[in-house]
Design a protein around this ligand. Structure first.
Ligand code: B1M
Length: 222
């Protein structure tokens, strides 16, 4: 099991999406994240292990290299592509939850931020936990959320941020969502976000991972 997960980690870290991808040149012709994830599932490795023990590790490794000036934006993009190729296989497992929906959650990556992998994971896992998810994508400000809240009162807002420079935009969204109706709920997450920041901007809930968000939502639903 560890062999295939190690190979998958390398594929994400090196940005090898699938077998036909010519990038990176030294891995040409070899299986990529696409094939290896399919194989791992076939071998009975749990989707959660594939995610946590391989994909997230590969992403973290490329992020570390970027921090050290040993990798650059194009390499991070290729890693994101490989991660997405793998996630296609995981999605059915994370979204095959209960059919009856517990409520609606509108999700987006905050304005100015284009990182969507973590947000996509939260979306698929929350959906799998039985919630209707309206995914607004990336670069989301209050303007995009406002109409959803008008059309679907009671919808919970979920915001993700990966950049310290633009996570400040969460504050504006929280303020405007609360001004619309103080009972509107906003939960936030993403690598640089903390409980202190959540308290500071008046958001209702912070989670460092999708499961925390699901537990919170399920608490509201019950
Ligand atoms: Co960028 N990037 N990036 N990047 N990138 C980071 C975030 C960075 C930490 C890298 C580094 O320096 N080590 C750094 C931010 C530094 C900072 O702000 N302090 C950085 C930078 C600087 C940048 C650019 C500015 C680079 C540049 O252009 N010079 C640029 C910004 C573009 C923009 O957004 N405007 C940029 C661009 C990119 C790419 C486009 C190349 C690509 C993103 C592709 C994509 O997402 N489609 C990219 C990538 C891939 C990364 C890293 C390597 C990986 C991010 C990721 O997907 N992680 C990242 C380094 C790192 O994280 N180690 C980095 C995996 C993902 C599963 O984790 O998103 O944290 P995460 O989500 C987790 C939890 O946080 C949580 O659940 C998820 C699953 O566990 N979670 C929630 C997330 N949202 C939640 C919401 C919730 C609850 C939980 O409730 C609502």
């Amino acid at each position: 099991m560890s062999d295939i997960l190690e190979k998958l980690t390398v594929c994400v870290e090196r940005g090898k999406a699938n077998k036909v991808s010519p990038y990176p040149p030294d891995l040409k012709g070899q299986d990529g994240a696409d094939e290896l994830t399919a194989e791992a599932i076939k071998k009975g490795i749990s989707p959660d292990d594939i995610l946590q023990k391989a994909l997230v590790v590969g992403m973290s490794n490329i992020g570390q290299k970027f921090s050290e000036g040993k990798a650059f934006v194009p390499e991070m993009l290729m890693s994101a592509k490989a991660m997405k190729a793998a996630m296609v296989h995981l999605k059915p497992f994370f979204t095959s939850g209960e059919v009856k929906q517990k409520g609606t959650v509108v999700l987006g990556t905050i304005q100015g931020d284009l990182h969507d992998i973590g947000k996509n994971l939260v979306a698929m896992m929350v959906e799998g936990a039985g919630w209707k998810v309206i995914d607004l994508g990336v670069d989301v400000g209050f303007d995009k959320i406002e109409q959803i809240l008008k059309d679907n009162p009671g919808t919970i807002v979920g915001l993700s941020a990966l950049l310290t420079t633009t996570m400040v935009n969460m504050k504006t969204v929280v303020e405007k969502v609360k001004a619309m109706n103080p009972d509107n709920i906003v939960m936030i997450g993403g690598a640089p976000v903390t409980q202190d920041y959540c308290d500071e901007i008046g958001a209702d809930f912070y989670s460092s991972d999708p499961q925390g968000a699901i537990d919170y939502l399920n608490g509201i639903a019950s």
